[in-house]
Design a protein around this ligand. Structure first.
Ligand SMILES: [Fe+2]
Length: 410
């Protein structure tokens, strides 16, 4: 295998190691010529470059270098970099890259551009182009229909620069998925998707120097950031056709169940269900994303932290959110459709599967020999239907530490 290979810019994929560009250096779009391509925005800029791109095949990641070898023109639009998670060393890319993940990546890339241009418009004092954003919600909803897990996985791959925009796309996706899980009607689902896309639009009214500031904010800066829900509402009110739900989520997505949130310090049921949903989706996506000051958390770790923050969220709704993404934090006791009680185990690097230890039968009112059950979400296995407080367990709960994470579960 030759270490260097030149491919047309249309064949460049995420995960390729860019060694250089054909032609004059000032014609190509990057100040640096040698780097691993992991950023969607960089990929889009690179695709616009008309000329040959020199790839270092040896330094490219598995899937991307396989593509470089064949330089196929009908390959998927983008390839996935490794999962953005805090699992120790990056696992090699799986050789087979699913078409669904490519489609999901294409939806995300389109969504990224739409949200960026919408937010830029707002920054420049233009109104939110609701039509454009609403059709994006339809694209996202369609992709969720085809393959929800592929889309959710692609959305974990945010890099620092893409954060604000892709966070909006991710919250939209989670909201649509969550609202459908709660069997809300189509119009509500659409409005909540729009709410997810626009919940942080008020940040465009906050100076970038404050939003992007590394380290601690001063009290004045913090107060400025906390204005973003109200600033957002003011922006969304400019559009008389903006759904009320989108304005509601924008204004109240930082309220907390115990009344310690902002801007109004609303408590419990005084916070609308859409705003409570927005708070959950917003924090879940923030925790599972890479930021300049922290690495992404694995989804199960994020859910565990959120579950442990007493008073932050509506716990019943948080549990429903877990059901909507079919993931649960280790240590949670769950009731199964089969009328059995189970403990959620650590699932190690395999974050997309929930491992359970079944240990009690409600139907027989009897303890069971602890048995491992892996929920694949394929529909044929058991399902989680509720959660049980540890104090309410009819028998002693098995010790979670006796069941350490496994890297391979099935
Ligand atoms: Fe926010």
């Amino acid at each position: 295998m030759a270490p260097l290979k030149t491919v047309p810019s249309s064949d460049v994929r995420l995960g390729m190691f860019i060694h250089g560009f054909e032609g004059s250096w000032w014609e190509h779009p990057f100040w640096r010529t040698r780097f691993l391509l992991t950023d969607l925005q960089d990929l889009q800029r690179l695709r616009a470059f008309r000329g040959g791109v020199i790839i270092d095949v040896a330094k490219s990641q598995a899937t991307a270098s396989a593509t470089a070898d064949t330089a196929s023109t009908d390959a998927p639009a983008t390839a996935l970099p490794p999962p953005a998670a805090d699992a120790a060393p990056a696992a090699p890319l799986r050789a087979s890259f699913s078409v669904e993940q490519a489609k999901a990546a294409a939806v995300v890339a389109g969504a990224f551009e739409t949200v960026r241009s919408t937010f830029d418009d707002v920054r420049l004092g233009r109104a939110v182009a609701q039509e454009k954003v609403a059709s994006l919600v339809d694209d996202i909803a369609g992709q969720l229909d085809r393959n929800a897990s592929a889309l959710l996985r692609v959305l974990q791959l945010k890099s620092k620069h893409q954060y604000t925009y892709l966070h909006s796309v991710a919250v939209c996706t989670l909201m649509v998925n969550f609202a459908r899980h709660l069997r809300m009607d189509d119009e509500t689902v659409r409005a909540l998707g729009l709410a997810g896309l626009l919940h942080d639009v008020g940040k465009m009214a906050i100076p970038e120097a404050v939003l992007d500031k590394p380290g601690r904010l001063s009290a004045e800066e913090f107060a400025l950031v906390r204005e973003h829900p109200e600033r957002g509402l003011a922006l969304l009110r400019e559009d008389p056709t903006m759904p009320a739900l989108a304005k509601e989520v924008c204004l109240h997505h930082h309220e907390r169940w115990d009344g310690t949130g902002y801007p109004h310090g609303l408590k419990a049921e005084a916070i609308s269900v859409p705003a409570r949903m927005g708070a959950i989706c917003d924090v879940y996506d923030a925790l599972t994303s890479h930021r300049s000051y922290k690495r992404a958390w694995l989804p199960a770790r994020a859910l565990g932290a959120m579950w442990s923050w007493a008073g932050h969220f509506d716990q019943q709704l948080l549990f429903q959110f877990m059901r909507s993404i079919n993931l649960y934090p280790p240590g949670l006791l769950v009731r199964l459709a089969s009328e059995r009680l189970a403990l959620v185990l650590h699932n190690g690097a395999r974050a997309t599967r929930t491992r359970l230890l079944v240990f009690y039968s409600f139907a027989d009112a009897a303890a069971l020999d602890p048995t491992l059950l892996v929920l694949t979400g394929a529909g044929s296995d058991d399902a989680v239907v509720g959660f049980v407080e540890p104090a309410a367990s009819p028998v002693a709960v098995p010790d979670l530490d006796l069941y350490p994470p496994q890297s391979v579960t099935n």
